[in-house]
Design a protein around this ligand. Structure first.
Ligand code: ATP
Ligand code: MG
Length: 654
């Protein structure tokens, strides 16, 4: 990224004054503390922020690297840390969850009530023979029950594996099979955008494929009242199972390294991997990032719009906010129902103070707001907001600015949090009361996190030079292994290229020559080489999105005899997709000239194609591997099971 135009946006004095990490000196002091005594830095917070049943005496164990262990001789329970200890501290009557259903119905649950629900569910699981170490697959919509089910698993030491409620029978079957789950918790169906969508029938289909024989019990939550088929002796309604369960349940005290959960990554780059997380280290980072990145205070109303099917929903819905005794909003529906003002109305109604969402949602809401003032954020009272967040993809500077101006009223810092399923929590992110912001940059590593930009041999690159993003030191919330496939874990994340010493994130990055700020340039395999010029796809996409006609864009390379690689751009316009070839030609020329002017003639796409949308994973990420195939004119034989909108591929064939 060129930095002539870098302008820093500073947090207000008020935010700085009250922030947990107040000012850049405080941030630097934390980094220096970690530098001076790495283990001591984490151990101190682990003692302060977690309630241990058995305190740990050992911090980091590197003896079997890269299978690192943290706090290994300590014992704890995550559900105890999220619920009991808050009730014991006098927060029993505080609202833990404000649940808003798809149809707008609101249900509030206090910490005391949530604890009772989790205990009942945990007792039910135990009564079905589920014990410490058994895997439970949860295939539920965004509901209070989804969170309760996760917490109940944590309470009895049974690692959960959530499968997003939008995944197919095949995806569910593969994940149940890979995890060897003993139980499935699902629902009759789910509500999304005013429609009832079946879920249990999809689970039935998964079972009929074979490979789910490890599952002994299926618990079915009644959500929509849809017809379901119950298999005698295996399937039971949740309400029946809960009927006589006591409201207290002794937690299973587990070792810090005991797996809290498995989560299969979304698959934007290949076959999903079962990412295995720990208990102690994971919980620590969930709490630390809630405190420092989100600056969570007792008076906040926190809203993370993710689904529990993604890691963001794990760390910033089910675990982080509750472990901090916060009040959080949980939303069942979609951002565009009943209209595209839903998010803004919910912020207004519930007086949300911290709002955390994804660039894909922001871009689609910009498109909607541009054509309908009634759903523009300015038509709502969003004055309760104090901090905004972004996660999941790089946020284009133009979308960042819109979010900052229109949602945050120019008042709220945006924490652009870079992290991954594998990292458990934020890795590179601004801290709201410290870091001056630059649109489109995730700025600086979280205190203690040792990220760097290196070349293919692992040598550090100077600021201003793009390269490979690695983490030089293990950190508490890191992935422990890939479930059942330790070799793949080592190959994927600790490759021999770096002598097995550095964690490979799989993303490219560049540090700004003046500030040292990180910008993610895209996945490593998304770096283009056109006539010897290396460019990140993200840079070209951001230039396209900055054009007033464009809502969204994805850029990939395809082999080219002349230039080595040629740039192909897939574009979604704010207006209708041009079907008339002449009209299309005109827009193509305009966009191509635009990119030429914004970046340079070398970056002009050779081929621009229009679609009503882009192929995305269910978590809203653009599937560039499919676009690479389309760009080359290949027949698509790749795995599209995690794709949200397969019909779009036809339009983009070119
Ligand atoms: P898979 O690993 O199966 O291909 P995935 O990488 O999309 O799927 P996640 O772990 O949910 O699954 O996403 C992590 C990735 O998302 C990062 O590696 C990065 O590419 C991207 N990402 C997340 N947050 C940001 C951010 N703030 N800025 C830039 N990129 C981000
Ligand atoms: Mg990934």
């Amino acid at each position: 990224m060129s930095n002539e135009s870098v302008q820093l946006i500073y947090p207000s004095d008020e935010i700085v004054k009250n922030a947990a990490v107040s000012g850049m000196d405080a941030y630097r002091a934390l980094c220096a503390e970690a530098e001076a005594d790495y283990e001591g830095f984490w151990a101190k917070r682990a003692r302060e922020f977690i309630t241990w049943k058995t305190p740990f005496t050992q911090t980091l164990d590197e003896s079997n690297a890269p299978f690192f262990k943290w706090f290994a001789d300590g014992k704890l329970n995550v559900s105890y840390n999220c619920l009991d200890r808050n009730v014991e501290a006098g927060l029993g009557d505080k609202v833990a969850i404000i649940f808003e259903a798809d149809n707008g119905e609101v249900t509030k649950v206090t910490y005391k009530e949530l604890l009772a629900k989790v205990c009942k569910m945990a007792n039910l699981l135990r009564s079905k023979g589920v014990k410490k170490g058994d895997r439970v697959v949860i295939y539920l919509p965004m509901t209070i029950e989804g969170i309760v089910a996760m917490q109940a698993c944590a309470r009895i030491g049974a690692p959960h594996s959530i499968v997003f409620g939008g995944f197919s029978a095949q995806s569910l079957r593969d994940r149940i099979n890979d995890a060897g789950a003993v139980m499935l918790i699902t629902s009759d169906g789910q509500f999304r955008g005013g429609k009832a969508i079946p879920l249990k029938p999809i689970a039935d289909e998964a079972f009929s494929m074979g490979g789910c024989e490890s599952v002994k019990n299926v618990i079915v939550f009644k959500r929509t009242g849809g017809d379901v088929n119950m298999v005698a002796g295996r399937d039971e309604w949740l309400h029946d199972g809960l009927a006589n369960q006591p409201e207290t349940c002794e937690p299973e005290w587990v070792e810090a390294e005991h797996p809290l959960f498995l989560l299969y990554t979304s698959g934007s780059t290949g076959k999903p991997k079962g990412v295995q997380h720990s208990t102690g280290g994971y919980l620590l980072h969930a709490i630390m990032t809630m405190k420092w990145t989100f600056d969570i205070k007792p008076t906040d109303t926190f809203w993370c719009t993710a689904d529990i099917g993604w890691v963001t929903g794990h760390t910033y819905i089910t675990y982080g906010p509750l472990a901090c005794g916060a009040t959080e909003i949980v939303f069942e529906g979609v951002p565009t129902y009943p209209d595209a003002g839903r998010f803004w109305k919910m912020i207004q109604d519930h007086k949300a103070t911290i709002f955390y969402t994804a660039p894909t949602a922001i871009r689609s809401l910009i498109k909607a707001a541009d054509s309908n003032a009634a759903v523009h954020p300015k038509s709502y009272d969003l004055s309760s907001l104090r901090i905004l967040g972004s996660v999941g993809e790089p946020i284009n500077p133009a979308a960042w600015q819109w979010y900052y101006d229109n949602v945050g009223g120019g008042r709220c810092p945006i924490v652009d949090t870079f992290w991954q399923t594998e990292t458990g929590g934020h890795m590179i992110t601004p801290l709201p009361g410290a870091t001056p912001l630059v649109p489109g940059s995730c700025t600086l590593p979280f205190p203690g996190i040792q990220f760097a930009v290196v070349d293919e041999t692992g040598a550090d690159l100077p600021w201003g030079q793009g390269g490979i993003l690695v983490c030089k030191k293990p950190w508490p919330s890191m992935i422990r292994t890939i479930w059942g496939d330790p070799d793949r874990f080592v190959k994927s994340y600790y490759p021999a290229d770096f002598q097995g010493k550095y964690y490979l994130a799989g993303d490219g990055a560049i540090r700004d020559a003046d500030t040292g700020y990180f910008t993610i340039t895209g996945r490593i395999d998304d770096v283009l080489n056109v006539s010897g010029h290396r460019m990140g796809t993200m840079e070209i996409e951001s230039a396209l999105v900055a054009n007033p006609l464009v809502a969204e864009a994805a850029v990939v390379g395809r082999p080219d005899d002349l230039t080595g690689e040629a740039i192909v751009a897939f574009v979604v316009l704010k207006g209708a997709r041009p079907t008339d070839p002449e009209a299309a030609k005109k827009i193509i020329k305009e966009l191509s000239d635009w990119v030429g002017k914004e970046i340079g003639p070398i970056a002009k796409p050779k081929d621009i194609r229009f679609g009503d949308n882009l192929p995305k994973t269910r978590s809203g990420k653009i599937m560039r591997r499919l676009l690479r195939g389309l760009a080359k004119g290949e027949e698509l034989t790749q795995d599209t099971s995690t794709l949200e909108n397969p019909a779009i591929l036809e339009q983009l064939k070119g």
